[in-house]
Design a protein around this ligand. Structure first.
Ligand code: SAM
Length: 254
């Protein structure tokens, strides 16, 4: 493997930590975790990934849970700029991929404004992790030619997704942060023409030893998920590809 460039001081590395399982980190991410002076991380970074941060590295938790921000986004942005200006090698660890529903772009724009050097390292996004570990290919010939990633986190309680487009057949829909709004999502999709017997699944803690997957027809899924007591973080996958799970599910954690 050719050598990767060494981490530089006074630089911020925005790094995707993947969906939780530490073995799914990129080699670049693992090297940066080992070399950084300070690690700034969110609540979705898995414990096995955090365990790779050397004891001598400064750790700063800025995690957020829905509606409960440990640090406001503007303060996180400022923190990154200040740490870099102190000459530190900063790793900014985010769950999944930093540019997929991760507000990574906002943080990098702030660094650009401040003239702070940066690098972005992609991570395995939750959709890819859940697909692989729950046995649900997101595209499949003759079943799904399109795959859409959407957020189910509605800022002001309104649903402003393009429901007619999302309800069209022949595609896979992956919804991040959609567990609280699952009853609304299922109702709107069916009201806009999605057949009520379309297979769907919720995957919680994808790739981790306590991964859970609840699959049901979309019309039945909200009740099944409520009965199973599934809480975030979990991903919603809707489409005919979910049927493949019966044959492709290989991950059987103890
Ligand atoms: C703020 S978004 C961050 C997404 C992240 N940047 C990514 O690329 O996966 C948080 C949402 O991602 C999903 N998510 C993240 N990690 C997950 C996991 N291990 N299993 C299932 N869903 C996950 C959940 O829908 C969660 O509410």
């Amino acid at each position: 493997m050719p050598p990767l460039p060494s981490p530089r001081a006074a630089t911020v590395y925005l790094v995707g930590a993947g969906p939780g399982e530490a073995d799914l980190l990129t080699v670049r991410a693992a090297r940066l975790i080992a070399a950084a002076d300070v690690a700034v991380y969110d609540n979705l970074v898995g414990p096995d990934v955090l365990a790779l941060i050397p004891a001598t590295t400064q750790r700063i938790y800025v995690g957020k849970k829905a509606g409960n921000h440990a640090l406001p986004q503007e303060e996180i942005n400022r923190l990154l700029v200040n740490l870099a200006r102190e000459g530190k090698t900063v790793i900014r660890l985010k769950g999944g991929d930093p540019y997929i529903f991760g507000r990574g772009g906002e943080e990098i724009l702030e660094l650009v404004e401040a003239g702070v050097p940066f690098e972005v390292v992609p991570g395995v996004t939750a959709a890819a992790g859940a697909a692989a570990y729950a046995g649900i290919p997101l595209t499949h010939r003759e079943i799904a030619r399109t795959c859409t990633f959407a957020t189910g986190h509605f800022q002001d309680g309104t649903c402003d997704l393009d429901w007619p487009a999302l309800a069209r057949p022949g595609q896979t829909l992956v919804i991040y942060m959609g567990i609280s709004a699952l009853p609304t999502i299922a109702r709107e999709l069916c009201a806009h023409g999605l057949p009520t017997n379309t297979p769907a699944a919720v995957v919680r803690h994808a790739t981790l030893a306590d991964q859970r997957c609840i699959a049901a027809d979309i019309a039945e899924l909200p009740a099944a998920v409520a009965a199973a007591g599934i809480k975030p973080p979990a991903l919603l996958i809707i489409g005919e590809v979910v049927r493949l799970r019966e044959r492709l599910n290989w991950f059987k954690p103890d």
